[in-house]
Write a protein that binds this ligand. Structure first.
Ligand code: NAG
Ligand code: NAG
Ligand code: NAG
Ligand code: NAG
Ligand code: NAG
Length: 170
């Protein structure tokens, strides 16, 4: 390799790393955004403002001495009961993976559920064709969204065109 091709190699390496990073990342939906997991908040409004995909995370932030998080079914959600719960978390900063395309129900098991600490989210299959490259949704309300697969395609295209350019140039 001549010295003149080195910058191109650096670029392609950077592009490849970016592709790998983008493909591996997912959205973390912070429940209640900056209000967190607390009484007196309508989490239906919060959930309606977000789109959840398989592989995303939902995270709960709260005072761990006061509250917690239980994953329950619809009955548990409607009646604020934790019987038969399929999961529970109490770290005060819980990251929960949404691995299946289904409706999830989470409630607070210390009584907060009766004051609105319940949230239900519908998780969708990853869309196909890929999401838009401008996948910057809800960034102002505490959600972090990383590059969508559309962007991955653009970067992959750049990556390939660098290699073709390199091949033609030699
Ligand atoms: C929360 O908002 C939804 C949508 O506007 C509404 O249907 C629901 O009744 C509200 N829940 C409470 C507890 O106020
Ligand atoms: C849930 O609560 C409703 C009304 O409070 C009650 O009629 C129903 O039997 C309860 N369901 C269960 C499964 O406990
Ligand atoms: C939820 O789980 C409880 C306890 O296991 C069970 O009695 C109830 O039938 C379930 N409700 C639904 C809608 O699956
Ligand atoms: C919480 O989850 C653990 C397993 O992670 C389980 O052993 C425990 O019984 C659960 N607690 C309640 C109150 O459901
Ligand atoms: C919904 O999202 C918009 C835009 O990010 C934000 O301004 C608004 O406060 C959100 N509403 C709720 C209820 O989270």
């Amino acid at each position: 390799m001549s010295n003149s091709s080195a910058p191109i190699l650096h670029l392609t390496t950077a592009a490849l790393l970016f592709v790998l990073f983008s493909a591996a990342s997912a959205t973390d939906h912070i429940v209640g955004a900056n209000k967190g997991w607390n009484p007196g908040i309508n989490y239906t409004l919060w959930a309606n403002n977000h789109t959840f995909y398989v592989g995303d995370f939902i995270s709960f932030r709260y005072q761990k001495a006061q509250y917690n998080v239980f994953e329950v079914n619809k009955t548990g959600y409607d009646n604020c009961t934790t019987e038969g719960a399929t999961g529970n978390w109490s770290s005060g900063k819980d990251f929960i993976p949404l691995n299946k395309a289904m409706r999830y129900y989470f409630i607070c098991g210390t009584g907060g559920c009766f004051n609105g600490m319940k949230v239900s989210v519908l998780v969708h299959h990853l869309p196909s064709p890929p999401r838009s490259s401008m996948a910057v949704e809800h960034s102002s309300d505490g959600t972090t969204t990383h590059g969508g697969s559309g962007l991955v395609g653009v970067v992959l295209g750049l990556f390939l065109s660098f290699w073709f350019g390199l091949g033609l140039g030699v």
